[in-house]
Design a protein around this ligand. Structure first.
Ligand code: FES
Length: 108
């Protein structure tokens, strides 16, 4: 059994140069919302879900981005309702939210 059932990493990178980065697109708010939803549901911790900050995941053109393991599913999102859907369907239900999946060719 893996230590966490699911692990989601949010890119929170910002660039002082002003170059495009996920932090300019609501990444921190999305991370905070996800973390509080998981905590409120009693799903954080060993054997459950871990919500982590990450630096640049090198897929900036699709930002803001997050990735869930073990499924290796990459997401992009706009607002808290998108995060709610990722939490409810994927982190809790194990079902991929197809409409928010980052296209495979999106890079930096
Ligand atoms: S700044 Fe977020 S993936 Fe690069």
């Amino acid at each position: 059994m893996s230590y966490y059932q699911r692990h989601i990493f949010f890119c929170l990178n910002q660039r002082d140069s002003g170059e495009n980065a996920c932090a300019q697109h609501g990444a921190q708010e999305a991370f905070n919302h996800c973390k509080s939803r998981i905590k409120a549901a009693g799903l954080s911790g060993v054997g459950q879900v871990r919500v982590n900050k990450a630096g640049c995941l090198d897929r900036c053109a699709g930002g803001p981005v997050a990735v869930i393991y073990p499924e290796e599913t990459w997401y992009t999102f706009v607002d808290n309702s998108d995060i709610d859907e990722i939490v409810d369907k994927h982190l809790i239900g194990g079902e991929v939210v197809e409409r928010l999946v980052l296209p495979p060719n999106v890079g930096r």
